[in-house]
Design a protein around this ligand. Structure first.
Ligand code: CA
Ligand code: CA
Length: 162
């Protein structure tokens, strides 16, 4: 059984950092290092962890950080929720897409630029199929561009089989 659920408080659960991209997400707690972007606390408003893209690391051409799920089989449409924090003048893009076995991709969610001061919840429909999910983020500037995600949860339904 595979779970996509993750609060990032102990580790990244089943989610895997891509080693073929340019940089990694950081598991971080408390205030993000950029003073004009990023969250103060994780989504649960605790001293626990979230996942952070450090904008000053990311702003170098089209540098991205990706996070992969394991292969999953979705046999009937499912709903995935997660929380994101995108507050800063230099915020780039946050994408969630599916990557199929043949390498083709389909975007499921995208936000571009500043979205407000608070954590916001995303609700994404996962289509039927066999694929990996990929979170991908970048930065528009090297400052004011820290971007965070937290609390991924697959909503009601049967356990996932890889
Ligand atoms: Ca958390
Ligand atoms: Ca990486």
């Amino acid at each position: 059984v595979i779970t996509l659920d993750c609060a990032f408080n102990a580790d990244t659960c089943s989610w895997i950092q891509d080693s073929a991209d340019h940089l990694d997400w950081h598991r971080w707690y408390g205030r993000s290092p950029d003073l004009t972007s990023g969250p103060q606390v994780d989504h649960a408003n605790t001293t626990e962890y979230y996942l952070l893209l450090k904008g000053h690391e990311a702003h170098n051409g089209n540098w991205t950080a990706r996070l992969y799920s394991p292969h999953i089989s979705i046999n009937s449409p499912r709903n995935l929720t997660f929380w994101y924090h995108m507050n800063g003048a230099g915020i780039g893009n946050l994408r969630l897409y599916r990557e199929n076995a043949d390498g083709s991709k389909e975007e499921l969610f995208v936000r571009k630029g500043r979205q407000g001061v608070s954590w916001e919840q995303a609700s994404v429909n996962l289509p039927v199929g066999f694929y990996k999910l990929v979170f991908e983020a970048d930065a528009a500037r090297h400052y004011s561009s820290d971007l965070a995600i937290d609390d991924i949860r697959l909503q009601d339904g049967p356990p996932l089989i890889g």
